[in-house]
Ligand binder design. Structure first.
Ligand code: TNX
Length: 540
C-alpha cells in the first residue's frame, strides 16, 4: 500500500517535471527577481525551520496547482488554495487541469508516506523558481502548509518584472514545519449570548489561517440551551429563548450544527461540543423541571452570576436525559471528544458531584467518545483517557496529572479571551487578570504551574460571552490575542520571541482588514498602516 502510493507519487512528480520541461521549451522565461529573504516573512505561527534561497517564484496567470490524485482531501486542499489566491490576487489558478496551454510555474501538493514530516500535521515546502512542492503525510498536513503559503503571497504584484504580466513574487527556500501540540483550540460561548452560524464560520476562517485545529462550542449554560435535541424539544423551545441581557437568544438546529461541523472539517478543524453540567444548568431545568436539584423556583435567567444551579444527581431520569442528549450529540459529531463542563457546581454536594461525573463519563464512553471536563472533574474517580481542562485550579490539574490524564491548558490568568486588555477595555471581565497583548504571549504553557509537558495535550483560548453580543465585540476580545495563542501552541519555546512576534503581528493588518476583522488595535503594537486601499475582491 505504502509502496504503491510512493510509486504513484513518483509517477505524478515525473509528469509534473516533464510537463514543466515541455512548457520551458515552448517559452524560455527568465525573470530577474530582486533578492528575497524567506526568513523575514511575517509567518504566524512561526515555522520550525525556514531556510531562504533568495530567489523568487512567480505566482501569475501562468501558474497551475496540481495535487496527489486519489488521496482523500488533496484535491479539496488544492481548490481551497486556488480560492484564497483568487481572493487575494484575483488570479484564476487552475487545479488539476491537464493540457493547460502555457504553464510556467507549478504548485504541487503532494501526499507522501516516505518523507518524514514529523507527524500528521507536519509539512515541508520547497519553493524554487519554477515550482513549489508541498509534502505532507495527510491532507491535514497539506492544509496547514497552504496556510503558510497564503502568508507569503505578497499583498501587491510587481508589475515591472515582465512587461504586461502581474507577478506576485514568492520568496524561494525551504520550510520544515510541524506543530508542538496536537490540540490547538479556541472556545466560543454561544450560551451566554448566541452567535449565528455565519459568525461561527467567520471565526473558523480566521482560526484556520493561524493553524488552529479545534473549535470548542460551549452549547449550554444557565442563560441558554443552544442545540436542538430531538428527544427533549423544550430544551431549545424554552431554554433557547433568551440570553444575557434579555434578548431573544437562539439555537442551532441539528442541521445548523452539522453545517458548522462540515465547514470546520473543510478547514481541518474538529468541533468539540460542550454540555455544561451538573452546574450551569438553569436553562435545562427551566425547560424540564424534573432535572432540577437546587430546590429553587425556576425561571429563565438573563444575569451573569455563576454557580447557583445543579441537576438532581441522584435521580435516574437525569441520567436517562443525559444518555439521550449524549447519544444525539455523539451521532452528530465526528470528532473524538465530548465536553461535559463540570465547573463551578457550587451547590452540588461534593459526593453528589463525584457520583455524577463518574456516571456521565461512562455515558460518554458508551457512545465511543472521550470525555473532557473543566479541571474540577479531576476530583472524581475518572479514567486516564479522560481529559481535564486547566482553567483555575493548580491542585485539580495536579490531581489530573496523578491520574495520568492529559490536560488542555487554558489558565484564566493567561489564556482567557474574555479578560479585559486593561482598565480602558470596552468589553470583557477582569476577575482573573487584565491580559494585555504581551502578557497573553509571554508565558510558557509547556511548563506552566509545573505541569509536565508529557501530560499536556495542547492549549485552548476560551471566549466567554457575558459581555459581548455581536461579532464585532467578539473580534475585539479575540483578536489579536488569539493570534498569539496560535503561536504558543504551534511553535516551540526556543522559537518564540516577543520582540520578533510583535513585528510579525503588526504585519497581519492586511489580512485582518481584508477579512473585516475589528481587532483591538493595542498600542503595544506598531500596526502596519494599510497604504494600499484594498479592493475588496471576495471574502478571503
Ligand atoms: C468562569 S471558566 C467560568 C465561566 C464564566 C467565566 C467568565 C469556567 C470553567 N467557568 O462560567 O463565563 O469564568 O470569565
Amino acid at each position: 500500500m505504502v509502496r504503491s502510493r510512493a510509486i504513484k507519487t513518483l509517477v505524478t512528480l515525473f509528469f509534473v517535471i516533464i510537463f514543466m520541461a515541455c512548457s520551458k521549451q515552448k517559452k524560455e522565461r527568465v525573470i530577474n527577481f530582486p533578492k528575497t529573504d524567506l526568513s523575514l516573512e511575517n509567518f504566524i505561527p512561526k515555522p520550525l525551520q525556514v531556510i531562504p534561497s533568495n530567489n523568487g517564484f512567480a505566482l501569475d496567470k501562468y501558474t497551475a496547482i496540481y495535487t496527489s490524485k486519489n488521496v482523500e482531501g488533496f484535491d479539496e486542499v488544492g481548490k481551497f488554495l486556488a480560492k484564497k489566491i483568487k481572493a487575494k490576487t484575483n488570479l484564476d489558478v487552475q487545479v488539476n487541469v491537464n493540457d493547460l496551454p502555457s504553464i510556467e510555474t507549478v504548485i504541487y501538493i503532494n501526499q507522501s508516506d516516505s518523507i518524514n514530516v514529523g507527524g500528521k500535521e507536519g509539512y515541508q515546502l520547497h519553493i524554487t523558481q519554477d515550482s513549489i512542492i508541498l509534502n505532507s503525510n495527510t491532507a491535514a498536513g497539506s492544509f496547514r502548509g497552504i496556510q503558510t503559503l497564503r502568508q507569503i503571497i505578497p499583498e501587491t504584484s510587481n508589475d515591472t518584472l515582465v512587461a504586461g504580466t502581474k507577478i506576485w513574487t514568492i520568496p524561494t527556500g525551504k520550510i520544515i514545519d510541524n506543530p508542538q501540540f496536537e490540540y490547538r483550540g479556541s472556545m466560543l460561548d454561544v450560551a451566554r449570548h448566541f452567535f449565528s452560524v455565519e459568525d461561527v464560520k467567520k471565526y473558523i476562517d480566521i482560526l484556520a489561517y493561524y493553524k488552529y485545529n479545534v473549535l470548542h462550542l460551549h452549547l449550554s449554560d444557565d442563560q441558554g440551551w443552544r442545540l436542538e435535541i430531538k428527544s427533549w424539544p423544550k430544551l431549545t423551545e424554552i431554554g433557547g429563548s433568551t440570553e444575557v441581557g434579555g434578548e431573544s437568544g437562539g439555537f442551532y438546529t441539528q442541521e445548523d450544527y452539522t453545517e458548522i461541523i462540515d465547514y470546520a472539517a473543510k478547514h481541518h478543524i474538529t468541533v468539540i461540543p460542550e454540555i455544561d453540567m451538573p452546574g450551569h444548568t438553569n436553562a435545562a431545568s427551566v425547560s424540564y423541571p424534573i432535572l432540577n436539584g437546587n430546590g429553587r423556583k425556576l425561571e429563565l435567567y438573563q444575569g451573569t452570576e455563576v454557580g447557583f444551579s445543579t441537576f438532581n444527581t441522584r435521580k435516574d431520569t437525569v441520567y436517562t436525559f443525559i444518555d439521550d442528549v449524549i447519544r444525539e450529540i455523539a451521532a452528530l459529531t465526528p470528532g473524538p471528544y465530548i465536553h461535559i463542563g463540570g465547573d463551578e457546581s457550587h451547590v452540588t454536594k461534593k459526593p453528589d458531584y463525584i457520583y455524577f461525573v463518574n456516571k456521565v463519563e461512562k455515558i460518554v464512553q458508551k457512545y465511543n467518545k472521550r470525555m473532557i471536563g473543566w479541571d474540577e472533574v479531576a476530583t472524581a474517580d475518572i479514567d486516564s483517557t479522560s481529559i481535564a481542562q486547566f482553567w483555575a485550579s493548580k491542585k485539580n490539574a495536579q490531581a489530573a496529572v496523578d491520574k495520568g490524564m492529559k490536560i488542555i491548558m487554558s489558565p484564566a490568568k493567561k489564556a482567557y479571551l474574555d479578560m479585559k486588555y486593561d482598565t480602558l477595555s470596552k468589553h470583557g471581565l477582569h476577575w482573573a487578570a487584565y491580559i494585555p497583548v504581551d502578557t497573553a504571549y509571554i508565558w510558557t504553557p509547556e511548563s506552566y504551574e509545573g505541569i509536565p509537558i508529557k501530560n499536556i495535550l495542547g492549549l485552548e483560548a476560551p471566549l466567554w460571552s457575558e459581555t459581548i453580543s455581536n461579532i464585532e465585540e467578539l473580534e475585539y476580545l479575540a483578536f489579536p490575542r488569539a493570534i498569539g495563542y496560535s503561536e504558543l501552541s504551534w511553535t516551540t519555546q526556543e522559537n518564540r520571541d516577543w520582540e520578533n512576534y510583535k513585528v510579525r503581528l503588526a504585519n497581519q493588518t492586511p489580512f485582518l482588514d481584508r477579512m473585516n476583522v475589528k481587532y483591538y488595535p493595542s498600542k503595544l503594537i506598531d500596526w502596519k498602516k494599510n497604504k494600499n486601499k484594498y479592493k475588496k475582491i471576495d471574502k478571503d
